[in-house]
Design a protein around this ligand. Structure first.
Ligand SMILES: Cc1cc2nc3c(=O)[nH]c(=O)nc-3n(C[C@H](O)[C@H](O)[C@H](O)COP(=O)(O)OP(=O)(O)OC[C@H]3O[C@@H](n4cnc5c(N)ncnc54)[C@H](O)[C@@H]3O)c2cc1C
Length: 421
């Protein structure tokens, strides 16, 4: 084969399509799953949040931001919109810049990609799991569950480890490691967080309640990150955009054995002093109203009661009879409540993986390995993870496009050694 692409997810499929559009080389897309692309189908709650209207390198973590910027600039969001329009999927913008297919069906996104792959002559081998990758002469040999394949060039687009039943079980990193690459230790990201059930907040009773919050991540005692957005309380802990977006900081810091804490601010953008003067003013205006109903102006009533109970202030106490000390305890609970995080829901519930093939070992102009000429990477297999909102797919499309351009050029001319310059 000219090119073998390992992984027929968003990144592998797009690499194959764009490579075939730009060159005549024989391109084979190999996937261990019998029904690849499961993640596209389940993405965005079955609607597939294809991209985001505003994407910058600041929406990502992992490898160097300069390298991420280079890849994103080579295939901006406008290219994604055009690419999907070309294959019959028009997109529209929703809140926070999220781009969805007009049909609101992830199935249509997947069908369009599969149809385009077939139209341009991508060969597919579904149910072929790659077990080993090694250099052989100027090319590669891949051992698969269905036999060996020789290839001039290989693309690893095998994803991370999130939703392993989809086929992405982390084996792409084993293949990369076997040819000399470093793997930044992977952890689940965009994953719900589990809270201790023995905590006074009694979060299980809040299950189903959603509200806007600010979550603050403290690393070794210092404020490292703030995330604003909706939070969803669940029977096990917290989920929703704000919780998912901070999760990678917690998992990464915990894996590195750093001291990490996450505090909840129910009054986003306001600090202790502002919340304190608001509560003092409100209690002065409505001294006979219960403290619970005063707080309910800012947070859902059940959250107000849970916080009051957790700091031992009776919810029905008239606001005017709350002592200064109690008021300060309530304000502290409202603006900087330390969340008792015990863990995460793990890879089965994680939307992405943080960590993966070290981006420093990949040329961001081509997505070609700096260590192993002829080997390329695309998508989540690389140490790049985006925040919630279509950013992870944009990384998949953009890194695939960069790899495809380089592959098409490489099949037409230039030796691997020349490409390493
Ligand atoms: C529930 C859920 C919802 C999501 N929603 C969104 C969303 O709305 N918007 C967004 O931007 N992102 C979303 N994501 C993240 C997004 O789906 C991923 O970042 C993206 O699909 C990664 O694409 P990929 O092609 O790099 O990897 P994958 O989609 O993981 O594909 C990798 C493929 O490689 C194959 N493979 C792995 N190892 C081997 C091997 N050894 N041999 C052969 N084949 C192999 C796997 O079977 C798989 O098909 C969501 C993820 C999940 C789990």
């Amino acid at each position: 084969m000219d090119i073998v692409i390992v992984g027929a997810g968003a990144a592998g499929l797009t690499t194959a399509i764009l490579t075939r559009r730009a060159s005549d080389c024989r391109t084979v897309l190999v996937d261990g799953a019998r029904r690849p692309c499961a993640k596209i189908l389940v993405s965005g709650g079955g609607r597939c949040n294809v991209s985001n209207a505003r994407v910058t390198e600041r929406d990502f973590h992992g490898g160097s931001r300069a390298a991420i910027r280079q890849v994103l600039k080579a295939w901006p969001v406008a290219e994604t919109v055009r690419f999907f329009a070309d294959i019959g999927v028009s997109l529209h913008e929703e809140e926070r810049g999220k781009l969805f297919p007009d049909s609101n069906r992830a199935r249509d996104v997947l069908d369009a990609l599969l149809h385009e792959g077939a139209r341009v002559g991508v060969e597919r081998r579904d149910g072929w799991r790659v077990h080993a990758l090694r250099r052989e002469g100027a090319g590669f040999m891949l051992d698969t569950s269905q036999g060996s394949i020789a290839a001039r060039m290989v693309v690893l687009a095998a994803g991370g480890q999130s939703l392993p039943k989809s086929g992405s079980d982390g084996s792409g990193w084993t293949l990369a490691r076997s040819v000399g690459h470093t793997i930044v230790p992977p952890v689940p990201a965009l994953v719900p967080l589990v809270l201790s059930s023995r905590h006074p907040l009694a979060h299980a009773a809040l299950s189903g309640i959603a509200h806007d919050v600010e979550l603050q991540v403290w690393l070794d005692g210092r404020l490292a990150e703030r995330v604003c957005g909706p939070l969803l309380w669940t029977h096990f802990g917290i989920s929703g955009p704000a919780a998912l977006d901070v999760s990678r900081h917690w998992t990464r810091a915990t894996a590195a054995q750093r001291q990490v804490a996450i505090t909840l601010n129910c009054c986003p953008g306001e600090g202790f002093e502002q919340v304190d003067s608001w509560l003092t003013r409100s209690a002065g205006v409505r001294p006979k109203a219960s403290i619970s109903s005063v707080l309910a102006a800012r947070v859902p009533a059940a959250i107000a009661d849970a916080l009051l109970n957790a700091v031992d202030v009776p919810p029905d106490r008239p606001a005017g009879q709350v002592s200064r000390e109690q008021r300060r305890a309530v304000v502290h609970a409202l603006s900087a409540w330390l969340l008792p995080i015990e863990g995460t829901r793990g890879y089965n519930y994680a939307e992405v993986t943080a960590g993966g093939v070290d981006l420093a070992e990949i040329n961001p102009r081509t997505m070609e390995s700096r260590l192993c000429p002829g080997l390329f990477f695309a998508g989540e297999v690389v140490d790049v993870d985006g925040r919630l909102g279509g950013f992870n797919f944009q990384w998949a499309w953009a890194s695939a496009a960069v790899a495809a351009r380089a592959l098409a050029q490489a099949t037409n001319h230039s030796s691997p050694a020349a490409r390493m310059q």
